[in-house]
Design a protein around this ligand. Structure first.
Ligand SMILES: NC(=O)c1ccc[n+]([C@@H]2O[C@H](COP(=O)([O-])OP(=O)(O)OC[C@H]3O[C@@H](n4cnc5c(N)ncnc54)[C@H](OP(=O)(O)O)[C@@H]3O)[C@@H](O)[C@H]2O)c1
Length: 263
């Protein structure tokens, strides 16, 4: 299987670290033009220069905060207009909500998580979907979590918003399929990124045990007895964006080493 994203314009959220960064590297290596989103200009510039050295595709960056959907919508639409850019592929991805129980979570935590995930993704859709429909091509891939299938303990707000994003995506896949726009979700399990390290640190503090013990415990719950590397999730994203997945629409694809206990 050879991926070829030549002439494809790919928008990657949370592109400076973790799963987003791994996806950006793979898209760049396979010929895509990229628009990297993140909140830190320095990090964005560094990542853009790293990608240019992989392959000399056009790499653009845009400083966008997913907790501010209205601002995101304005900035993104103005940017695409000024650059005369049409987006072919969107990777909806950003940082995860803070961990904690749901019963004691505040409504502001819930609102913030919904803004960061569901509402921002919907704003991005509003900016790109008209062009996708006109050109009869679009690939929307949402990086969610296995909690779509099985809620995870201690990630109450996250579980709640993930379910909403998955249902949003499934509904869109019904509505947009006739325009040759597919909408699919990738559900990472425990993956070796900054986000996972933060979750491990919190658990270790709460349980007053070492971080390595928490990490080993996580790995032991996976049939493959290890945590994923972010590239392993990124390959699933690339596949769903590629021509090999032209007829795949409306699915949830776990990349979790078999950890999820449902069919
Ligand atoms: N890693 C796992 O084990 C795992 C498992 C299941 C689900 N997930 C989910 O997968 C997604 C990606 O996770 P990851 O592990 O790749 O995370 P990560 O390594 O922490 O990277 C998060 C990325 O999102 C950006 N970001 C964070 N907050 C943002 C905001 N408010 N606005 C714009 N960009 C923001 C960060 O860039 P800047 O800080 O530079 O802005 C960074 O590039 C998250 O939703 C996470 O919950 C992860």
């Amino acid at each position: 299987m050879n991926f070829d994203f030549t002439n494809r314009k790919v928008l990657v959220g949370g592109a400076t670290d973790g799963i987003g960064w791994s996806s950006a590297k793979l898209f760049a290596a396979n010929g895509a033009e990229l628009i990297l989103l993140g909140r830190n200009d320095k990090k964005l510039a560094k990542r853009a220069s790293e990608l240019s050295s992989i392959r000399s595709n056009k790499i653009r960056t845009l400083n966008i905060d997913f907790t501010k959907p209205e601002e995101l919508e304005d900035k993104l639409s103005q940017f695409l207009l000024s650059q005369r850019l049409d987006i072919d592929v969107v990777v909806n991805n950003t940082g995860g909500p803070p961990s904690g129980r749901l019963d004691i979570a505040s409504t502001s935590e819930l609102i913030s998580a919904f803004n960061m995930h569901l509402i921002s993704y919907h704003k991005i859709l509003g900016v790109v979907s008209k062009g996708m429909k006109e050109r009869s091509f679009g690939r929307i891939i949402n990086v969610i979590s296995t909690s779509v299938k099985q809620p995870l303990n201690g990630l109450g707000v996250s579980n709640t918003v993930r379910g909403a994003v998955a249902n949003w995506a499934k509904t869109l896949s019904n509505e947009l399929g006739e325009y040759n726009i597919t909408v699919n979700n990738v559900l990472p399990g425990a993956t070796n990124t900054g986000r996972l390290n933060e979750i491990i640190r919190n658990k270790a503090q709460k349980q007053a045990i070492g971080e390595q013990l928490v990490k080993d415990g996580m790995a032991s719950e996976v049939p493959m007895k290890r945590i994923a590397e972010p590239e392993e999730v990124a390959y699933a994203i690339l596949f769903l964006a590629s021509e090999y997945a032209n007829y795949i629409n409306g699915i949830n694809l776990p990349v979790d080493g078999g950890r999820t206990k449902s069919l």
